[in-house]
Design a protein around this ligand. Structure first.
Ligand SMILES: [Fe+2]
Ligand SMILES: [Fe+2]
Length: 277
């Protein structure tokens, strides 16, 4: 079915404004003077790894029919750049705090060349088999099987961006580090735009297209896993979820409900409760 509904997102404006997240207002020198809890550090490592992994996710997407849509590829080009800098932001913050494991290469003046965590990222990607080429097969097969594949991907992206930005709000709630708060607020602004794009695309593709809604619902029920699953271990994903939303607080529970409510407001996804399940 051809797409009939207007996509409610100004891609022209997004492209013209896309830039590396500006964190120059933060007092980087003051970072070690405030405490991060072990839970905060765990979350930041997770977030750093996932943000840095975005380019691999992009590779999988470009092997699908999503690559035929110039609006989507224009968005993805800016999006992957912004996500790269989110990964670097977490990396810089942790290093400024005094945490770098494994030890990474340094320039003679002691500074860290970009990208800042090559040892860590290489090990992570090797461990999960990124380089073997077969990782793109599920996306390719899914794309070949259904014309509505892009609707699945756009909805999937909307959920990932929404859980990410909700997770960042929850880390602000859990952490007492004032400079981390300032950094997360800036990153959240980017994630909000990412979410707006994916949601608008998903909505346009499922509006007046019940077949797309059905296949998206089925795909999510069968295959959806929290952002980072497959890159991080099950234990790490569970620990993150418990720390940010499953800590027994009313705010955490409300955040999880909020994600489900927002996603189930998409046409065809009424009543879906992925996060709470
Ligand atoms: Fe991000
Ligand atoms: Fe994002």
């Amino acid at each position: 079915m051809e797409q009939k509904t207007v996509v409610d997102f100004d891609i022209d404006r997004y492209m013209r404004n896309s830039k590396k997240v500006d964190l120059s207002h933060l007092d980087w020198e003051d970072i070690p003077n405030h405490e991060l809890s072990d839970g905060d550090v765990m979350c930041m490592h997770y977030m750093m790894d996932i943000e840095s992994h975005t380019v691999i996710y992009l590779r999988d997407l470009l092997a699908t029919r999503a690559a035929t849509d110039p609006y989507i590829t224009a968005f993805l080009s800016c999006w992957v750049y912004e996500e790269l800098w989110h990964g670097e932001a977490f990396s810089d913050f942790l290093r400024a705090y005094g945490i770098e494991e494994p030890i990474e290469p340094r320039l003679p003046d002691g500074s860290s060349p970009m990208p800042t965590r090559p040892n860590r990222l290489r090990r992570l990607r090797t461990d999960i088999g990124v380089g073997n080429g077969f990782a793109i097969v599920p996306s390719m097969v899914g794309s070949a099987l259904t014309r509505n594949f892009i609707a699945i991907h756009m909805t999937w992206g909307a959920i990932n961006e929404l859980t990410t930005l909700t997770g960042y709000y929850q880390l602000i709630r859990r952490s007492s580090h004032p400079i981390l708060h300032g950094m997360l607020q800036r990153v959240i602004q980017d994630e909000r735009r990412h979410f707006a794009f994916y949601r608008a695309q998903a909505k346009a593709r499922m509006q007046d297209n019940p077949a797309a809604g059905r296949i998206v619902r089925q795909a999510l029920k069968s295959f959806w896993t929290p952002v980072g699953a497959g890159v991080k271990t099950q234990e790490e994903t569970d620990a993150l979820g418990l720390y940010l939303m499953g800590d027994g607080s009313e705010e955490g529970a409300e955040a999880a409900r909020g994600i489900d409510e927002t996603i189930s407001a998409l046409p065809g996804l009424e009543g879906l409760t992925l996060i709470q399940d």
